[in-house]
Design a protein around this ligand. Structure first.
Ligand SMILES: Cc1cc2nc3c(=O)[nH]c(=O)nc-3n(C[C@H](O)[C@H](O)[C@H](O)COP(=O)(O)OP(=O)(O)OC[C@H]3O[C@@H](n4cnc5c(N)ncnc54)[C@H](O)[C@@H]3O)c2cc1C
Length: 867
């Protein structure tokens, strides 16, 4: 290759952009920026291009995303000029591709090989980066890009005595270029991650004896490698542009249609059919998406994990070895599953042995082999397949010092902090490609690399056009993005695994979920929005002054955002555009499409005597032994819509979580029965349930009242009326996003007037159908206006950030507290008026619903103590 390496000798100099790394990211950056007229120098520690595919030459090294997807798409002519030979190309072929790209665009002339960057310091006076290399050169650059790779820093073996071994040792991440012949040798492979799973079958074929040392088994599925299947290639060949666009707007960077099928709510035959279909593809994306909820809920995940374990048991002859190879310490997909070719079959070979380091740890490595639990295992060679200091390792290995002497390593001591995974406060003009806080390793990285390179390039072009020289995120924007990252991870099972996504494989590394889990599509939308909203969250400066457009690109909970986007895309009619009877039918139709919520012990329907005739009720009984404390529930729907069964999933959830028996009661609605009909019914229902609590199988003693929205209003109102009437006794009132006033003038009404399902216009429609203007300050509509707010039952009031009713809920909590009542106020960040009720859809609502359930239990515990 050396004749092709034109750029080996770049000395110091001044550049618009210095890029570190000549993997796929560095190569595309160089090509793109050069084409835009920037002077660019790439610095690369290796002696050629390729990055990952230059270093990882171990036997069996391949990609695990089909190569037709794991390929550059920025130039259709490049795509025409290159054909992949297999579904999953080998390392030599992918390296040849990187070299082909370098050659085609004449990239090597601007790459300095054998050049390791050691330090980069921001020079505030010059407004430039000073970059120092291992061989003593210094370069100056306006912009500095770390294209250093997420998996480029192999983890050093941390086993006692590692240096004592007399034979050769190899690291999969730094494999000798000439290859290794293990014929007739006794070989140890330490580690069972992706590189080990790829190399073990091939090493076993050569070695006289192979001992595999496993600390944590990983899930692997058979790759089914071979020529690319025609049906897999067909959509790409039919319409390349559409295919590549679909990849860019997919969740993981590979075109796919996400399923709506929930594992927890589908029957075993659907489980089997969907799993087998995904298994047969031999691809990661289908097996990671057998069910819409498999990365959200353990029960759904277990369906997939159990089936993979069964596959392992079916292949491995020795049951004890099979059990050791079955992962049981993490949910499927929370560590990157591997693709294998005969991995599990390899353990049926007579020359292969598995040692479980969990029960028999390596005590030391010595001159001739490894000591395990008192046993000496002599070997001729050791292969370390121990993984990488992922995502941050290569970034903090360079001494990067930003403004005011702050180092990146110091700033990130408790975990990386970035804006969009692209930039970091205090480090002007520093960019990262696929940095922590971007989808990176959770995606087809070619798609993510191209997106980052395009975004950075466009950003530099905008700066140049606007006469600006520096760019840096604002602290608020960065903190907001980090919060959003955490919010995304928190709704999944990912943080539950001790994975390298969490930094858990490197001793002492902070446990933070590193990549952005919200998806390639959602991420791209956020990045595009930052630009469309005038470089939101970025401070830019130049000779003509400074422009700072502070703000947060994402404030909603990620799943709430997703639901809102889905609803917007469906372009549904609004309730307030219909007559009430149509709106009721439409609500019933929408409700029918919801996941049902958890199973409870019993559901029973009946009627009770209302103020003007029978009212329906539905009872939810926990599966636990009773009798259970009793709750009266008033449904939402603006006194116009909804019924005793319209909040079904929410009530099942609350029943299971709280252990309370819930009686959801109907009440008459406007416009047919206007105020105060609903209140009269609410009181009648409270009286009847209280009187019949034991007959319904509930516990004796006071009941609690719960309501959502207009139902929250009802619960608040009956709490006041029951106090005034001297009964029934109420143990507590749980008000979820309640209406507490008849005015629609609060700041939250203005801020959230539109766009969050419950609109100002819809609230007006509700009020107009329910009550005359003259009645709207009556405390039976506006409980906050009651003259006496003292001596009310303990309250828990839930408000949502993006709800027109937020401020009046908060005001009622404040007023109740001021009047001497016991009040808990739960302010749900990033939620809307309706999102907390979306059980199994809006998972970020779970902690709030758990708090609500705890509050309910607390009411009854307190009532018991008082009694
Ligand atoms: C075995 C293996 C298989 C993989 N398979 C897939 C796959 O199938 N699909 C997928 O999407 N991703 C896969 N990946 C992830 C892979 O890393 C990316 O897809 C991609 O190759 C990363 O390209 P990059 O240019 O960002 O980084 P890299 O390819 O890692 O390149 C970074 C370069 O920066 C250089 N560098 C780092 N620090 C310095 C420094 N201080 N000074 C000078 N040079 C420096 C390194 O030498 C390296 O050449 C795989 C990774 C591994 C290890």
């Amino acid at each position: 290759m050396s004749d092709m390496k034109a750029g080996t000798g770049a000395a110091g100099g001044n550049f618009d952009v210095v890029v570190v790394g000549a993997g796929f990211a560095g190569l595309y950056l160089l090509h793109k920026l050069r084409g835009l007229g920037f002077s660019v120098q790439v610095l690369e520690a290796a002696d050629d291009v390729g990055g990952t595919w230059y270093w990882n030459r171990y036997p069996g090294a391949r990609c695990d995303i089909a190569t037709t997807d794991y390929t550059f798409s920025f130039d259709p002519e490049l795509e025409k000029a290159w054909t992949w030979s297999e579904k999953y190309a080998t390392q030599p072929e992918i390296l040849r591709y990187a070299q082909f790209v370098a050659q085609r665009y004449d990239l090597r002339r601007d790459i300095a090989f054998n050049t390791r960057v050691q330090a980069a310091h921001w020079d505030e006076a010059a407004q430039r980066w000073q970059i120092s290399t291992g061989d003593g050169r210094t370069l100056s650059a306006r912009h500095y890009v770390m294209a250093t790779g997420c998996l480029s820093m192999p983890k050093e073996p941390d086993i006692p005595g590692a240096g004592m071994f007399q034979g050769p040792t190899y690291s999969t991440g730094r494999w000798p270029h000439a290859g290794v012949d293990f014929t007739g040798k006794r070989v140890a492979v330490i580690g069972t991650g992706s590189s080990a799973i790829q190399s073990i079958p091939l090493i076993a074929q050569q070695a006289a004896q192979l001992t595999v040392f496993q600390r944590t088994p990983n899930f692997a599925i058979p790759a089914g490698n071979g020529p690319v299947a025609p049906e897999r290639l067909a959509p790409l060949l039919a319409d390349r542009d559409a295919y590549r666009t679909a990849a860019k707007w997919s969740r993981a960077g590979v075109p796919s249609e996400p399923t709506q099928v929930y594992g927890r709510y589908s029957p075993p035959e659907v489980h089997a059919e969907r799993f087998e279909a995904a298994w047969k593809t031999g691809e990661l994306i289908p097996i990671l998406g057998v069910f819409a909820d498999q990365i959200l809920f353990p029960d759904s995940n277990k369906i997939v994990a159990d089936k993979v374990r069964d596959k392992i048991r079916a292949v491995v002859d020795d049951p004890a070895t099979a059990e050791l190879l079955c992962p049981k310490d993490h949910h499927f997909g929370t560590k990157r599953p591997c693709l294998d070719t005969n991995y599990y079959q390899t353990f049926n070979r007579p020359n292969v042995r598995l040692v479980d380091l969990r029960t028999r740890p390596i005590t030391t490595i010595n001159a001739t082999g490894l000591q395990v639990d008192g046993e000496q295992i002599d070997v001729d060679a050791i292969v370390y397949a121990t993984g990488f200091d992922a995502m941050t390792g290569a970034l903090v290995a360079v001494d990067i010092t930003g403004r005011d002497g702050v180092t990146l390593k110091g700033k990130w001591a408790a975990g990386p902090i970035t804006y969009l995974g692209l930039m970091s406060v205090g480090f002007p003009n520093l960019f990262m490609v696929t940095g922590p806080g971007s989808p990176s390793v959770l995606s087809n990285m070619m798609v993510s690399i191209e997106q980052h390179v395009d975004w950075i390039s466009d950003c530099l072009v905008r700066l140049r056009k606007d006469g600006m020289t520096t760019i840096e995120p604002t602290p608020q924007a960065e903190a907001g993005w980090m919060q959003h990252n955490q919010d995304c991870a928190a709704i999944t099972l990912f943080p539950s695994a001790a994975s390298w996504y969490m930094g858990a494989n490197v001793p002492g590394k902070p446990r933070v979920f590193l990549p952005y889990v919200g998806g390639v599509d959602a991420y791209r939308r956020a990045c595009d929005e930052v630009v469309a909203r005038g470089d939101l969250g970025l401070r830019r400066s130049g000779p003509t002054g400074e422009r700072c457009n502070d703000g947060l690109v994402r404030r909603l909970q990620p799943d709430v955002q997703m639901v809102l986007e889905m609803l917007a895309a469906m372009n549904l009619p609004t309730f307030d555009s219909m007559p009430p009877e149509h709106a009721r039918a439409f609500l019933a139709q929408l409700n029918a499409a919801r996941p049902p919520g958890p199973a409870v012990g019993e559901i029973k329907d009946g009627t009770l005597p209302g103020a003007a005739g029978p009212l329906n009720w539905r009872l939810y009984r926990p599966a636990t032994p009773g009798p259970h404390p009793v709750v009266v529930y008033y449904h939402g729907g603006g006194w116009v819509l909804g019924s005793h069964d319209s909040d079904d999933p929410l009530l099942r959830d609350l029943c299971v979580r709280s252990g309370c028996l819930i009686v959801s009661v109907d009440y008459r609605h406007g416009p047919e029965a206007r105020f105060p009909a609903a209140v009269d019914d609410a009181m009648a229902a409270l009286r009847w349930v209280s009187a019949n609590a034991e007959a319904l199988g509930g516990a004796p003693g006071p009941v609690a009242v719960v309501g959502w929205s207009a139902g929250g209003n009802q619960a608040a109102v009956v709490s006041q009326l029951a106090r005034d009437a001297g009964g029934p006794q109420i143990a507590g009132q749980l008000l979820m996003t309640p209406v507490t006033d008849g005015d629609r003038t609060s700041a939250s009404y203005k801020e959230n007037a539109e766009g969050y399902v419950l609109t100002e216009a819809l609230m007006k429609w509700f009020f107009d159908h329910y009550a005359d203007e003259a009645d709207r300050h009556d405390p039976r509509i506006a409980p906050i206006r009651a003259k006496n707010l003292a001596n009310l039952p303990p309250a828990c009031i839930v408000t949502c950030q993006f709800d027109p009713l937020r401020d009046e809920g908060a005001a009622y909590a404040f007023a109740l507290q001021a009047a001497g009542n016991r009040v808990q106020h739960i302010a749900a960040r990033g939620h809307t008026h309706t999102s907390l009720s979306m059980v199994d859809v809006v998972v970020s609502g779970e902690p709030v619903r758990a708090q609500m359930a705890a509050a309910l239990r607390g009411f009854f515990a307190k009532a018991a103590v008082t009694a």
